[in-house]
Write a protein that binds this ligand. Structure first.
Ligand code: 6PG
Length: 234
């Protein structure tokens, strides 16, 4: 089963970051509280977060921010996605979200994942996902050149997790990871993939065809693939 969804191809990485910022801003505009938004980690969204932070008049007061995944490192570590968000979207203090839920990285990966899972259920207001009641309103995701998204890494047991909403991923990368799982990520009004660079070209084709971890995602809502020409191979 392939992931459907519109693919928007833009000229280059800068155009991608601008288009991403404008698309996110458009979706936020007029939002009802709470507007739960998942921020991707990695490097692709960095420029988009900076551009987004410079757009004025956005209703950040209704936005609750979450992270798609986190490396199990201290929050000031240079690998931390939370640190990346603080140094980009939140850097100059003009963006004041209603809430920012960083993924905890203390104690153990397992206990941190369990705490984040609980936060998600508390914010959702139920411990079970209900049809027609999305957990997230906008979910930003990247794509690894091995076809992972969030920290849904190839060959890891988390790919089979259909009950938890957040889970530890002890293996597959230098540091343990904590990630939102398929059921949590799929429960979104809009899933926006940001994909940049020739290195992602093959993974993009396979993922859109339903392959690799990213391709196994079955979003309930709208899907947009925002890619640059290098990744799209045009
Ligand atoms: C992370 C991300 C991850 C990322 C992809 C792409 O924590 O690394 O959440 O899923 O989106 O690995 O990473 P780049 O944008 O750096 O290519």
């Amino acid at each position: 089963m392939s992931i459907a969804g519109e693919m928007i191809v833009v000229k280059d990485a800068d155009a991608l970051s601008q288009a991403a910022a404008e698309l996110i801003a458009a979706r936020m505009t007029g939002c009802k509280t709470p507007f739960r938004m998942v921020l991707s980690g990695g490097t692709t969204p960095v420029a988009a977060y900076r551009k987004l932070s410079r757009l004025s008049g956005l209703p950040w007061g209704c936005v609750e921010l979450f992270l798609s995944d986190e490396r199990f490192v201290p929050p000031d570590h240079h690998h931390s996605n939370y640190r990346m968000v603080r140094e980009t979207l939140l850097a100059d203090g003009t963006v004041q979200p209603r809430k920012l839920f960083a993924i905890p990285t203390d104690e153990t990966p397992g206990s941190a994942a369990a705490r984040y899972d609980e936060i998600l259920r508390q914010q959702y207001g139920s411990s079970e996902l209900e049809a027609g009641a999305p957990l997230f309103h906008l979910t930003l995701l990247g794509l690894g050149d091995d076809g992972h998204t969030a920290s849904l890494l190839p060959g890891q047991p988390v790919l089979e997790e259909r009950t938890l909403w957040a889970a530890a991923v002890p293996k597959g990368r230098d540091e343990p990871r904590i990630t939102l799982t398929y059921p949590a990520l799929e429960a979104s009004v809009l899933t926006l993939f940001l994909v940049s660079g020739i290195a992602k070209r093959d993974a993009l084709v396979q993922a859109r065809g339903g392959g690799l971890p990213a391709g196994r995602l079955q979003p309930q809502g709208e899907v947009i693939w925002l890619v640059d020409a290098a990744a799209a191979g045009v």
